[in-house]
Design a protein around this ligand. Structure first.
Ligand SMILES: Cc1cc2nc3c(=O)[nH]c(=O)nc-3n(C[C@H](O)[C@H](O)[C@H](O)COP(=O)(O)O)c2cc1C
Length: 352
């Protein structure tokens, strides 16, 4: 089933969540190849003085990426957000997504990300400024938020209505409040209430880690799509597994070890190309760790990875590890539905 945002038709209703420090271009492209219908980029700051930095230019790298190119922006000032909108559109963004979802810290003495939900007039002012800036380019604006500021202030429904009136064309809701961070479980009643309150597509997000959970969340919320973040770390094929299950009601067999070996090695090569050898070998460690976390001797292998500082050596070690694994098993282990998701977001999510 497809989904429309402005003039863009999305291939299916399984989205990769934006994750700063994770969903860079190589990872987004891998998820798309493995069944995700849509991928939002990592957040780009609205602070102009940081646009020239290596971090921002890497985040704005969309070379070869299948469209639509969706860029997420974050900030606390309406005029700066409008400028960031134009800047990113002129560099290829086809959809602008506003971040009101991160539990980020204070930036320039103001609250960014989901904290904006506490200041409704400012949130609305920002949204209107971004919509107005994108409108001449016919670029749709979408927004990602939480269920509210705190348990007592779950204002997602009110804000969703206001944002829709301001011209936002799709809303994603992570089923936690800002105060919760990553604690507790995501709840889906508020997402269902948002869906019932607006006409634009609504995307449900939070704690979806299995095909059954995706099916249940879609049914419970009536959402138009689900967005998956942490469960895709080291397991980008989760999208095709969910797609298969939603289509057939049957589980697709886990991937062959040989396929994952190839996917991971290709992923690493793309990763080094984006980050360069020095940063590449270091930032690749977390991805490798996620791929092997549930595999035999995965912990020990992860430890060994931290001592390797050369890309070629890292590639060889990963190749050898998966060759050894292929001698022991054909397919990756079936996923455990109750596997813990960790919320190591705070540092990566800093707006600068
Ligand atoms: C490492 C990490 C970085 C994240 N960065 C962003 C971000 O840049 N923008 C955003 O809107 N949400 C960000 N998030 C939140 C996710 O998009 C998502 O809402 C959250 O992880 C819940 O979904 P999940 O349970 O499927 O992981 C981040 C989450 C993680 C774990």
């Amino acid at each position: 089933m497809t989904l429309q945002i402005g003039t863009h038709t999305l291939e299916n209703r399984l989205f990769v969540a934006p994750m700063a420090g994770v969903t860079d271009r190589p990872f987004r492209m891998l998820c798309r190849e493995l069944g995700a219908g849509y991928a939002v980029s990592e957040m780009v700051t609205s602070r102009k003085e940081l646009w020239g930095t290596l971090k921002t230019s890497r985040r704005a790298n969309h070379d070869g990426e299948p469209g639509p190119i969706a860029v997420q922006i974050a900030g606390t000032d309406a005029a700066m957000m409008a400028e960031a909108t134009v800047y990113n559109i002129e560099r290829g963004a086809q959809i602008i997504d506003i971040n009101m979802g991160c539990p980020a810290k204070k930036v320039c003495n103001k609250w960014a990300g989901s904290a904006l939900m506490r200041d409704e007039p400012l949130a609305l002012e920002i949204v209107q400024a971004v919509v107005d800036a994108a409108q001449p380019y016919n670029v749709p604006v979408t927004l990602k938020m939480r269920t509210g500021w705190s348990e007592e202030n779950r204002n997602a429904v009110k804000l969703a209505r206001d944002f829709e009136s301001a011209g936002v064309q799709m809303l994603t809701v992570h089923g936690r409040t800002r105060e919760q961070g990553y604690k507790g479980s995501a709840e889906y009643d508020t997402i269902a209430a948002v869906k019932a309150a607006v006409r634009v597509p609504v995307v449900a997000n939070g704690d979806i880690r299995s095909p059954e959970k995706a099916r249940d969340v879609l049914a419970a919320t009536g959402a138009d799509a689900v967005m998956i973040g942490r469960a895709a770390q080291g397991r980008p094929w989760i999208f095709r597994e969910i797609a298969h299950f939603l289509e057939t009601g049957e589980h697709r067999a886990p991937p062959l070890v040989a396929e994952v070996r190839r996917l991971l090695l290709d992923h690493l090569v793309e990763h080094y190309a984006l980050y360069g050898d020095y940063s590449g070998v270091r930032t690749a460690r977390k991805h490798i760790g996620w791929y092997v976390r549930t595999l035999p001797d995965g912990e020990a292998f992860r430890g060994r990875m931290n001592t390797i500082e050369d890309c070629g050596e890292q590639l060889r070690a990963v190749g050898d590890y998966f060759d050894g694994l292929a001698d022991r098993m054909d397919r990756m282990p079936a996923h455990q539905a109750d596997e813990e998701l960790s919320g190591e977001e705070e540092a990566a999510c800093a707006v600068d």
